[in-house]
Design a protein around this ligand. Structure first.
Ligand SMILES: [Cu+2]
Length: 371
């Protein structure tokens, strides 16, 4: 058998965490995980397709395309408007989608999502889009921060080996998606060509202790979830909107085994969260925590909602969320449409610090040292 090994292990741990809401290691004395997972050795239901039951393909390995969630520019804060130059390069490459499985990604700067761009309202932003000579396809960019027809897409169709430049003034503060807009647009987006641009208000954003950058996307592959080997885009599944994979930051395990989010008790963290999609709405949720401030639909000009459990984020949309961390342990980032968890959509927020048994502890109330 050539079945995936590490994902079921991750899923097992996560399933246990889901079942008991335990912030640390699961208690193995409790009932076991989903029986279908045990029976099939892989996530999903017990009635696996014949294809998935005989995964005899050869494992493939490629470079990681995962954008680390802590890799983003520092806050701008209060300053005068400036002229900013942004250099982006379209790169097509076969990268790691999951253990033993690769996919032909299309990227901005070799990572999914592309770089988090950061400007201040009324900055003049000069976009340079280069298309690598070795690429097969033309690429372009539409930034939702742009005020102007096409968001830049009509000015930037760039064949391999060429470069296009355009300039816009960022007159509206907010958190915006950008993406390739070359037909078939959905193919370029599903393959990884999306990212976020923050346009900070004149006074800057409220200070926080840490910021993270997370985006959700779906992939439509010719072979089912968990198959080894190089995967190609399935256009029929794309058009039917039936993805095989859903991922944070481009790949299965991106925000669990590869780059979990890390923070400390007492800190306030901000997540710039966006949905590249191209098709599915996210019900973004952090299991065991609350979104203390939700800048709903990424509006910076409306007051944030407070103490929200789940944020609804559309494709081509975003949300800025902030939460204060009170209790240590591992929190799970999910889309609460939880079937998607079985297709790879999971992240960890690992919080270190002293226990808060006054807020959370095993056993009856009398077991708490506070009583
Ligand atoms: Cu493209």
């Amino acid at each position: 058998m050539n079945m995936r090994k590490s994902w079921p292990f991750t899923l097992l741990t996560a399933s246990l965490l889901l079942l008991w809401g335990c912030p640390n290691q699961p208690d193995t004395s409790k009932p076991g995980p989903d029986k279908a997972l045990q029976a099939t050795g892989r996530p999903g239901n017990a009635t696996s397709s014949p294809e998935s039951a005989t995964n005899t393909s050869t494992q493939t390995k490629g470079p990681s395309i995962v954008h680390p969630p802590s890799d983003l520019p520092r806050a701008i804060g209060k300053r005068s408007p400036q002229h900013i130059r942004v250099d982006l390069e379209a790169v097509e490459l076969e990268g790691q989608l999951a253990d033993g499985t690769t996919y032909t990604y299309m990227t901005f700067n070799k990572l999914v999502p592309g770089p988090l761009l950061r400007a201040r309202v009324d900055d003049t932003v000069e976009i340079h889009l280069k298309n690598l000579a070795a690429n097969q396809l033309t690429h372009s960019i539409d930034l939702h921060a742009v005020t102007g027809p096409g968001g830049g897409s009509a000015l930037t169709p760039t064949p391999p080996g060429e470069e296009k430049v355009f300039t816009f003034k960022a007159i509206k503060p907010g958190l915006y998606v950008y993406h390739c807009a070359t037909a078939m647009v959905a193919e370029h987006i599903t393959s990884g060509m999306y990212g976020l641009i923050v346009v900070e208000p004149a006074a800057g954003l409220p200070p926080v202790d840490r910021e993270f950058y997370v985006m959700q996307g779906e992939l439509y592959t010719d072979r089912p979830f968990g198959e080894y080997g190089p995967q190609r885009l399935s256009r029929s599944k794309l058009l039917a909107e039936t993805p095989d994979y859903l991922v944070f930051n481009g790949a299965v395990g991106a925000l669990t085994t590869e780059h979990p989010l890390k923070a400390k008790v007492g800190e306030t963290v901000r997540i710039f969260f966006g949905v590249g999609g191209p098709n599915l709405i996210s019900s973004f949720h952090i299991i065991g925590e609350h979104l203390d401030r939700l800048y709903n639909l990424a509006s910076f000009t409306s007051p944030p909602l407070t103490t929200v459990q789940t944020a609804l984020v559309p494709p081509g949309g975003a949300a800025m969320v902030e939460l204060k961390l009170e209790v240590p342990g591992r929190y799970l980032l999910v889309d609460h449409a939880l079937s998607r968890f079985e297709k790879g959509l999971l992240g960890f927020l690992e919080v270190e610090g002293p226990a808060r048994s006054d807020l959370f502890h095993e056993g009856g109330a009398s077991a708490s040292p506070a009583h």
